[in-house]
Design a binder for this molecule. Structure first.
Ligand code: HEM
Length: 845
């Protein structure tokens, strides 16, 4: 059974978490090879220490960039080095069925990309991972009879000869995806299913073929032989048969799936080979592990050997003789005492404790690079793990925590993460003025990691080169003053649309919170994708609107998550449903971004003027530039899109919501602001951006709302990149830092009547929200401060100005100001818990 592997496809929203899948394959099946269609770190990590061989794929979208050596090295460093060798990665597929895309540019970069990845592996000191790429049988111009098999013309010399040369040189296999399922007709069904049949005779060789699988393999072999590469190994990257299809779909049934796959397994394991390749064996990957519910057609959704709950659709003889398969149980470790290093223990002493423990038979893999407890990567943290593991393994006796007086027993769980909450303007000032770099890290938050493509974005990226380059791209291409100015017509149109929308429901209850979110989403979607989020031309994700998906994203990011503070408790997320929700949301977003990128790639043939480019156009253009410092892959493009949607939509919408709520509670302020705007725009049909600079009082109102309701009340969490001293307190490296913008904005040392809404407090004062006044930090400060201020403020100002200009506002019938609920909903952004509903009536212009 060592020849048999399985394709672990994940086009589904109901699959179990990778850790359970890995344990299932290891414990319940005889499979010892898997192949995945991307480089999902969660899957690769899950197979660590399982003994299962893993084939990882460079997605097609990344081929262009990894054809360059620096990008290939970067790819290997990101996707292989952290996991290897604990995860037994044995092969990297560069793309999947690339020739079938017909994209000449992609095809032309395929062999260079394979070579570059191979070289990058060698440069990283890895010489036992093969590089290949799977092909569909569309690469053949002729396949019958098998001995006449030939590659398609031109490609044979230009692509396949150099590719096969590469395989010969590097002793890697040519990978193919023979699918008799796609080649049979009603006369050849038995021949395709390995059932008794008359066979197909090849006159040229005098060989009789009794099954289509052999014929397909031999056709490929003949094509390779014609080019002079008969010696290169062949691996079957994919083959399979669906167990269900549409009613009356020819040849699709559970019985046929069993026949094909059971006979296939027997055949490849028998070692008989094929007529032209007798006595040869072919490593074969069945398609697929699971039924994948998001595949487009019924038969495609039913290729799996297992259902997502691990129950077999049918058994092809790969199940171990164990009891019925059930997901592996996760027993939380419960201990009330821990052994930790004493505060004065030196690094040298702690290192010798680590060495001692790790050579005494305790498993220290978790603190090795790539292990779950490797971060924070400090001697003290690793010693803390090792010493405690030793203490627990020996029965928790105090004596076993002595470590020559460098260990102490405590009731405090050392796996919790030290967190600093900054609630005073003075501390914030010292942090941003003196220690900005030390506080410029972002912690790898559990949900954010997944939703930001493993931190391939600006907001959640660790402090370093990638963050710097990505932020530069965002700042220059989307958020620069010139760019923001060029989006003014979009803002104008969308605000007009909001005003019209309200006009349709005069004097009845209107959900301002929802309208503000739609407005903000539409603006961001149009500048990013060129299309609105909600209009008919916008992208629709199977009925679920993009903003609904984003709403779930915001919720997931904001939810208190045990694993962020107690990493060892991450198992809880498997039980409380967080993992499942996270995975579903990620898939939905990912599918959406894929579609957007695909559409942009399709329409790239008609050249756009630079000024007409939307953000995706710009990012795709940058991706093609061979001189970029940090290669931009598809996952980075998606990460940057995630940035602006996560950081840029809810925040502006929330601001509009809170401003309107405060105005309703403060009628005098409302009146004054309305008088101003109606004066400034007198005689006009609407307020325009060119009027905004005259709206001085409205700007004070907006500042005051930012002070009392900073949309991201704890900013985005930070982590210290080095230790430093703040007001005589030693803050160690790797401390989580939450900066409480709400507490700072209401710090009585700086603010009189801090909890009252008084816009006039800003009158004639040089205090603004750009990060220079440390008592007022709604956009954060320093190098990680918000780069989107210029983007969001004009939209907020224009929409508030028009809302006040066109309409008079009242609370819905029967509601009094004191009934207006100002409770905040917990999240990364803090919107109103109960949406703001108001009634509008026309102000007679
Ligand atoms: C009213 C609107 C907005 C508010 C209140 C806001 C607030 C914030 C805050 C508090 C942070 C964290 C700062 C820190 O850690 O010091 C942040 C970061 C960020 N914001 Fe905004 N933001 C808004 C709009 C936007 C928009 C429209 C965009 C982009 C289109 C954007 C993009 C970002 C990015 C990329 C970061 C991460 C910066 C980094 O880590 O280097 N924001 N924002």
């Amino acid at each position: 059974d060592y020849l048999l592997g399985i394709n672990y496809g994940t086009v589904a929203d109901n699959l179990p978490p990778p850790s359970q899948v890995a344990a299932f394959i290891r414990d319940h099946t005889t499979l010892n090879k898997i192949k995945i269609f991307d480089a999902n770190p969660d899957i690769i990590r899950a197979f660590a220490d399982t003994g299962v061989w893993v084939t990882v794929t460079v997605p097609n979208g990344d081929i262009w960039s990894v054809s360059k050596p620096t990008a290939a090295q970067w790819w290997v460093e990101q996707n292989v080095v952290p996991f290897y060798p604990r995860t037994r990665i044995d092969r990297i597929c560069v793309g999947n069925e690339v020739m079938a895309t017909g994209d000449k540019n992609l095809i032309g970069h395929l062999v260079p990309a394979m070579r570059a990845i191979h070289e990058a592996l060698l440069a990283a000191g890895i010489n036992d991972i093969q590089v290949s790429t799977p092909h569909s049988l569309g690469i053949l111009s002729r396949s019958e009879p098998p001995s006449s098999g030939l590659f398609r013309r031109v490609y044979d010399r230009v692509i396949f000869a150099p590719m096969l040369e590469f395989h010969r040189e590097t002793k890697s296999p040519f990978m193919i995806c023979p699918y008799p399922f796609f080649g049979f007709n009603d006369e050849t069904l038995d021949y395709a299913l390995f059932k008794p049949n008359n066979g197909v005779y090849d006159e040229a060789t005098g060989m009789n073929y009794t099954n289509m699988f052999d014929a397909q393999l031999d056709a490929v072999y003949s094509a390779m032989k014609a080019l002079g590469y008969a010696d290169v190994d062949i691996v079957v990257a994919e083959t399979g048969w669906p167990s269900a299809g549409d009613p009356n779909q020819l040849g699709v049934s559970l019985e046929n799936a069993i026949s094909y796959n059971v006979n296939l397994v027997k055949h490849v394991n028998s070692g008989v080979g094929t007529p032209l390749m007798p006595n040869r064996t072919f490593e074969t990957y069945v398609f697929a592990l699971f039924n994948e519910d998001l595949k487009p057609s019924t038969s495609e959704r039913n290729f799996g050997l297992f259902r997502p709950d691990f129950s077999p659709v049918y058994d092809v003889g790969i199940l171990r003789n164990t009891q019925a398969s059930s997901p592996p149980a996760m027993a939380p470790e419960v201990s009330k005492k821990w052994c930790v290093p004493t505060t004065d223990a030196s690094d040298a002493a702690l290192q010798s404790n680590i060495d001692f423990v790790c050579s005494s038979g305790i498993d220290c893999q978790p603190i090795k690079d790539g292990g779950p407890c490797y971060e924070p990567n400090t001697i003290r943290a690793h010693a803390s793990y090792a010493m405690n593991a030793y203490y627990q393994a020996n029965g928790g006796k105090d004596l076993d925590c002595s470590f020559i007086n460098t260990g102490v027993v405590t009731n405090h769980d050392p796996s919790s993460i030290p967190t600093l909450l900054v609630s005073s303007a003075d501390v914030a000032k010292e942090i941003f003025r003196v220690h900005d770099v030390a506080f410029a890290g972002r912690p790898p938050l559990y949900a954010a990691r997944r939703l930001s493509y493993n931190c391939c974005n600006v907001s959640f990226a660790p402090y370093g080169n990638y963050w710097r380059e990505a932020r530069k791209i965002l700042a220059l291409e989307l958020l620069s003053a010139k760019r923001v100015e060029s989006f003014s017509s979009i803002r104008d149109e969308e605000v007009s649309r909001l005003i019209q929308e309200i006009g349709k429901s005069l004097n009845s209850s209107i959900n301002i919170s929802a309208l503000a979110l739609t407005l903000s989403n539409n603006v961001v979607c149009r500048v990013a994708f060129g299309k609105g989020s909600d209009d008919e031309s916008g992208y629709d994700n199977g009925g679920k609107k993009f903003h609904e998906i984003l709403y779930d994203t915001q919720e997931l990011l904001g939810e208190f998550n045990v694993a962020d503070y107690f990493p060892k408790m991450a198992w809880i997320n498997k039980f409380n449903g967080l993992d499942e929700r996270l995975e579903k949301n990620f898939r939905e977003l990912d599918k959406y971004y894929d579609k957007v990128i695909e559409d942009h790639v399709d329409s790239r043939n008609w050249i756009k003027e630079k000024d007409d480019e939307d953000l995706v156009d710009v990012l795709l253009r940058i991706q093609k530039n061979p001189n970029q410092d940090v290669p931009l892959q598809d996952s980075h493009i998606k990460g940057l899109l995630a940035d602006i949607f996560v950081a840029g939509t809810d925040t502006s919408a929330t601001t509009i919501e809170w401003i309107m709520a405060e105005l309703m509670l403060n009628p005098k302020v409302m009146k004054k602001a309305q008088q101003e705007v109606r004066q400034v725009a007198k005689g006009k049909q609407k307020v325009q951006e060119t009027d905004l600079y005259k709206l001085e009082y409205m700007k004070l109102v907006i500042k005051e709302a930012f002070r009392l309701h900073p949309p991201a009340p704890l900013l985005i969490p930070r982590v210290t990149t080095s230790s430093c001293k703040i007001m005589d307190y030693e803050i160690p490296e790797n401390t989580r830092v939450l900066i409480n913008a709400t507490a700072i904005g209401t710090d009585p040392k700086y603010w009189e009547n801090p909890l009252t809404f008084i816009p006039e407090r800003f009158l004639n004062k040089d205090i603004d929200y750009r990060g220079q006044n440390y008592e007022f930090l709604p956009f954060g400060a320093g190098r990680r401060g918000c780069p989107g201020i210029n983007f969001s403020v004009p939209l907020v100002e224009l929409s508030i100005a028009n809302l006040l200009f066109h309409y008079d506002w009242t609370l819905p019938k029967g509601m009094k100001a004191k009934d207006l609920d100002m409770e905040e909903a917990l999240g990364l952004t803090m919107h109103k818990k109960i949406p703001l509903c108001l009634a509008a009536s026309y102000y007679d212009l």
